[in-house]
Ligand binder design. Structure first.
Ligand SMILES: O=C(O)c1ccccc1NCC(=O)[C@H](O)[C@H](O)COP(=O)(O)O
Length: 241
């Protein structure tokens, strides 16, 4: 059986690594230099980094140059997210050498473009399914964007390689992942799923790992690492068995 991949998160707002609660602008806690955070996760044994430009996601500017520098300097795989919505932002993201990008708003607002780039770039494109209940949210999670399962069926038919599934109600809260949502998405698609939002403990990671046979491939971990609920080394050990 495959091991659960862990993706420590570095979310960047106004040049700083931050954590948000429910992804809400204004709820930031700052954790300093994003590059230092990324290098720390790499040094601790991460194989992946989940790197988010929150300003680009919210439409309050961007941190593209800084994020590109971080992505380029990593020896590990990087998943880039936040504000990738057109040819220019996609080309800039892919040019950082990241392993894949995560599209959110574009999958809701410009589905033809997303179908085109899925066809062009295959596995380098993931789609973020960020939900409240079963309603998708776009534009930095501020606007409703349709039904989760209808969108999933459409993206599946277009060949989307992978989904990053976030329960916004859980994100940044340390309240535990939404296992029911993850199991529901896995039952609806044969594509791999990356779980995001709410991880609070090693037991949460073990619970997500129990869904690997159903199709969960990885888990993004943010707040719990920054709040020192456990170390990344402990997390990697917990999912290695
Ligand atoms: O990923 C995005 O594009 C995004 C847009 C707007 C608000 C938040 C966004 N991402 C947040 C994350 O990916 C978190 O880092 C991740 O869900 C970790 O959550 P947690 O472990 O609960 O801190």
């Amino acid at each position: 059986m495959n091991r659960l991949e862990l993706l420590p998160a570095v979310d960047v707002r106004d040049g700083q690594a931050v954590r948000l609660v429910h992804g809400e602008s204004g709820s930031e806690t700052s954790y300093g230099d994003p590059h230092a955070a990324a290098l720390a996760w790499q040094a601790a044994g991460a194989q992946w980094l989940h790197l988010v430009d929150l300003d680009a996601a919210f439409g309050t500017g961007d941190n593209r140059a800084q994020i590109a520098e971080v992505a380029r300097s990593m020896d590990i795989k990087v998943e880039l997210s936040g504000g990738i919505r057109d040819d220019d932002t996609l080309a800039a993201a892919l040019a950082t050498g990241c392993t894949r990008v995560n599209l959110g708003t574009a999958a809701l607002e410009t589905p033809e473009w997303v179908a085109k780039v899925i066809a062009e770039h295959g596995d380098r494109i993931a789609v973020g399914l960020d939900v409240r209940g079963t309603t998708l949210r776009g534009r930095g999670w501020t606007r409703d964007g349709g039904d989760l399962y209808e969108t999933l069926a459409r993206l599946d038919s277009e060949g989307c390689a992978r989904y990053v599934v976030t329960d916004i109600a859980k994100d940044g809260t340390l309240q535990g992942p939404n296992l029911e949502l993850l199991a529901g998405v896995c039952a609806a698609t044969d594509r791999p799923v990356v779980a995001s939002g709410g991880v609070s403990s090693l037991d949460d990671l073990r619970a997500i790992a129990s869904l690997v046979p159903q199709g969960v491939e990885g888990a993004i971990v943010g707040k719990a690492l920054y709040a020192k609920a456990f170390t990344l080394e402990e997390a990697l050990e917990a999912v290695s068995r």
